[in-house]
Design a protein. Structure first.
Length: 123
């Protein structure tokens, strides 16, 4: 199971960078609560909408750790650092830095889904 969560975190990176909303429709829980690195909160649909109009230069994961246990086999928590650098095409704003991500997963109908996602700037 840990290998699946590790692979899913890499797919999150790849699909965020490519703006693939279909991936996130499948792998984000409908009741997702997402805390952006700037402290604002977003729903699943707000997160997906935010994927549009970004020109990426850097989006890299590091220091990924997965916590799980036998008592709760349908839950897992991933913590990692995410280096990012992108431009918002609508206004030219540059967003860059390093954020600590904590992603809470649960198994729903055979698919691992993120139901809570916390970001906090570290640099």
């Amino acid at each position: 199971m840990k290998d699946l969560i590790i692979a899913l975190n890499e797919k999150i990176r790849e699909n965020e960078k490519s703006g693939n909303s279909g991936f996130f429709e499948k792998h984000l829980a409908d009741d997702l609560i997402f805390r952006r690195a700037n402290g604002s909160l977003a729903s699943k649909q707000e997160f997906i909408e935010g994927l549009k109009g970004r020109e990426w230069r850097v989006l890299e994961n590091s220091k990924l750790q997965v916590a799980s246990d036998e008592k709760h086999p349908h839950y897992a928590v991933a913590s990692l650092l995410v280096d990012f650098n992108f431009t918002v095409q609508a206004d030219g704003a540059v967003k860059k830095g390093c954020a600590k991500n904590i992603r809470f997963f649960r198994l729903e109908d055979g698919d691992w889904k993120v139901y809570a996602w916390y970001n906090e700037m570290v640099e």
